[in-house]
Structure formats: C-alpha cells, structure tokens
Write a protein that binds this ligand. Structure first.
Ligand code: PMP
Length: 296
C-alpha cells in the first residue's frame, strides 16, 4: 500500500498517494475518534453511493462530530476520486477523524479531517469458485450491548474486536469469524452480515447491535422481489445445525456462500446462487454492457 500510486482526496484537495500523511498525535489514532465507509464502484458507478455518504455523516454524528463537508460535497468528491484516478471498478474508502490539535479524551476543538482513497478492485464473479463456500470460525469476542458502544456507527474503534477475531480465525486456517452478540445470539462476521436458509426461507439476525449493512438491505429487497420469505429474528448458535445454506453479505464480500461455521456444515445451493446473481445484476449499471458492446 505504501508504494501505491494515484491521488487521495484530503480535506478538499488531491494529494499524491505517498503524501497523504497525518501527525502521530492524531486524536483519531489514540482515542478511536474516526468513522469510515467502504464502497464499491461497478462500471464507474458507486453502488448506493448516497446511502454510504449519509451513513458516514450519521456515524460521525454518533461520535459527536460533524463533517465539514455536506453529503453533496462528499458525493462529488467521490466521483472526482474515481475520475482523477481513472477507475471504473474500484473500492472507495471515505473516512473522517479528529485531528492532532489537542491531546486528551476531550478534543472538542480538534479539526475534523476528511479523506477519500480508492483503489482498483474488480469483482471476480466466478460462480463455480464462489459456490465452494468459505469456512468460518466462531469468535470469542462478542458484539457489544448497544449501551456499551455506538454499535450502529461505522466507527473505527468497533473494529478492534473484528481484527482480533479475524486474525484468530485466520491463524486456525479459517477465512473469517462469525461473531455472537452479548446475549449469545448469532450477530455477523467481522466485516459482513450473515444469512441462513431453511426450507426455502431466508433467516437473518435482527441488526439491533451491529451494522444493518447496505448489502444486507439490498439482499432482503431482492429476495422479497423474488417471493422468497425473509425471517428477521433472533438466531441462536445451536440452531445452525438446522440450516441448509449460509452466506455472508457486505460491500467487499458481496454475497459469499459459507460452507462451514465451526462444527456446522452447509451446502451452498440454489438460494445462495440466486441471491449472488441477483446482487451482481443489481450493482451492475444498466449502461455497463452497452459500453462494452460499443467498445467492441
Ligand atoms: N458488518 C460490518 C462489521 C462491516 O464492516 C460491514 C461492511 N461495511 C458490514 C456489516 C456490511 O455492510 P455493507 O453491506 O453496508 O458493506
């Protein structure tokens, strides 16, 4: 990443990738006062761009700061980042943090900084490969009680337990970890939401202590449009035995089938495949195939 080229938008200006630096005494680094987004552009169009920018604002407000750029300004900055870097299929990382003016828990007057980075990340949708499914461990950390942390914000600090959990899972050979919540219910993965299938019905946990992902919301809409019933409810880990399929959803993960969660096994099947295909169709801009056709 250090050697990457291109431009990063930093507080309203474009800077070279290597020059996008912050001071070591940044409040966001010491006290976790940082919020971020993860977005994907397909064929030059950011999927659910506005909703991501609105979520960035909402996350900042939850952490008691206000972004110095409006939703419209961030929307046009994101488009500029793609244009300046000449990206069409890319991952975007807008983020905002308290600066380095004052050190201490209280930092009311510290500057709120905003940056937007992007890097090329085409979505390789080889259905065969995806349908093998990934293996998940069960994390020992739990998603916290909403009284313990601002669980609905996409706040950097909440990812501390995600990184620890993902590293622990990876060291045991798993791709990721599924986290339970503080009540012992199934919650989500370290960067994605989770769905299960039983008798043709989708089951997914109520997002009452974790991010209600935009991909999750899209998949629910797509399932309902196909007449697939979606049951949003409390799911206990003991129930995993009774599900036939499982998949995770997120901007980065898109729709990724799961083959194993600890001792439980699933067979990625028709519903996972359908949701995966419908999601790819939903994120693909209508103009994309025409552009290819025109170029060809
Ligand atoms: N949960 C967590 C912890 C995440 O980091 C993400 C990715 N942003 C999600 C769920 C899925 O959110 P989205 O579908 O909006 O990317």
């Amino acid at each position: 990443f250090d050697q990457m080229q291109g431009k990063i938008w930093l507080n309203g200006e474009f800077v070279d990738w290597a020059d996008a630096k912050i001071h070591v005494l940044t409040h966001g680094l010491h006290y976790g006062s940082c919020v971020f987004e993860g977005e994907r552009a397909y064929g030059g169009v950011v999927f659910k761009s506005l909703q991501h920018t609105q979520r960035l604002h909402a996350s900042a407000n939850t952490l008691d700061f206000k972004l110095p750029y409006s939703v419209e300004e961030i929307e046009s900055a994101k488009a500029e980042v793609l244009r300046v870097n000449n990206f069409t299929d890319a991952y975007l990382r807008p983020f905002a943090w308290r600066g380095s003016e004052m050190m201490g828990v209280s930092a009311q007057k510290n500057r709120i900084n905003v940056a937007i980075a992007a890097w090329q990340w085409p979505s390789y949708f080889d259905p065969e490969e995806r349908l093998k499914g990934i293996r998940l461990d069960i994390a020992s950390y739990c998603r916290p009680d909403p009284r313990t942390a601002p669980v609905h914000a996409k706040a950097a600090g909440l990812y501390m337990i995600c990184t620890i959990s993902k590293h622990a899972a990876e060291s045991k050979g798993y791709a990721d970890a599924m986290m339970l919540d503080w009540r012992g219910r199934v919650a989500e993965c370290t960067g994605a939401n989770i769905f299960f299938v039983k008798d043709g019905v989708l089951h997914t946990p109520e997002p009452d202590c974790f991010l209600n992902g935009l991909t999750r919301q899209t998949v629910i809409e797509l399932a309902e449009a196909r007449g697939i019933e979606v049951n949003v409810r409390a799911i206990m880990p003991e129930e995993l035995d009774g599900f036939s399929e499982c998949f995770i959803t997120g901007t980065a993960a898109e729709v990724t089938p799961v083959a194993e969660i600890g001792p439980y096994h699933f067979t990625p099947g028709e519903i996972s495949k359908t949701m995966f295909e419908d999601y790819i169709a939903a994120v693909t801009p209508v103009s994309a195939p025409q552009k290819v056709a025109a170029a060809g």
